[in-house]
Design a binder for this molecule. Sequence first.
Ligand code: NAD
Length: 250
Amino acid sequence: MMSHHVFISGGGTGIGLATARALAPTGARFTLVGRDGARVQSAAEEFESAQGVSCDVSDEASVNAAFEAARDRYGTIDILINNAGITPSAPLHCMDLATWNQVLAINLTGAFLCSRAALADMYAKKWGRIVNVASIAGLKGGPYISAYCASKHGMIGMTRALAYEAAKRGVTVNAVCPGYVETDIVTKAAENISSKTKLTEDEARAMLYAGNPQGRLIAADEVASAIAWLCSDGAAATNGAAIPMSGGEI
Ligand code: NAD
């Protein structure tokens, strides 16, 4: 792989940061974006060619400004990883509209805005990769996560549609669909469950991964290595896929 410019939303933590680490040996240059500019900037410091840029993916102007900053520093975009996401949970009958709208705005509209901003570069070069970090919740339901499930099902629908549009232009669009991954999201979910039930945090974590037949949390590195493969030339025939990564759960 040449020295590609990789734009990663939510790139300062968890799966996004693990993805940058997985792609770094290819000589890639990175624009890592996230809401907390200082955090993404400090994450960027571990890489030879990387910058951190503050960006709220749900805000059109903020996304366009981040892409401008990305191109100013490292040129056109070759690879986009739509990874930013939030996971509030509540029974649907108790969910307020603001939460519902925010989940869709960040998890789904954010991926739309970033994809739209990146595609012209990829189409001009007749080469590009978009990898959407969806979830097993994009392929099946689960209690208390209706907004999250809707956003991730939507993301997979967008993946499949855009894959058709991009197919003859050298660009592939795929999704990875992990079960519960060992990141801040799981730590917060376990704390939340533990605060609302009699379960300890360890018991709450075990409950989260009970659906995974391998009976374990997935490592961020495992997700990152699948993403890195999807970004390689060898994955050129894989387009519109939604790859489950949950030990055989689906
Ligand atoms: P994480 O909390 O470390 O990462 C989420 C990132 O998104 C953070 O860096 C956060 O700052 C960023 N972000 C949130 N809102 C944003 C916004 N408005 N604009 C820009 N950035 C924003 O957790 P993670 O597990 O690494 O999550 C990454 C992705 O993986 C998410 O889309 C999540 O839905 C998905 N996922 C996670 C799991 C899991 O169990 N951890 C499982 C399946 C899918």
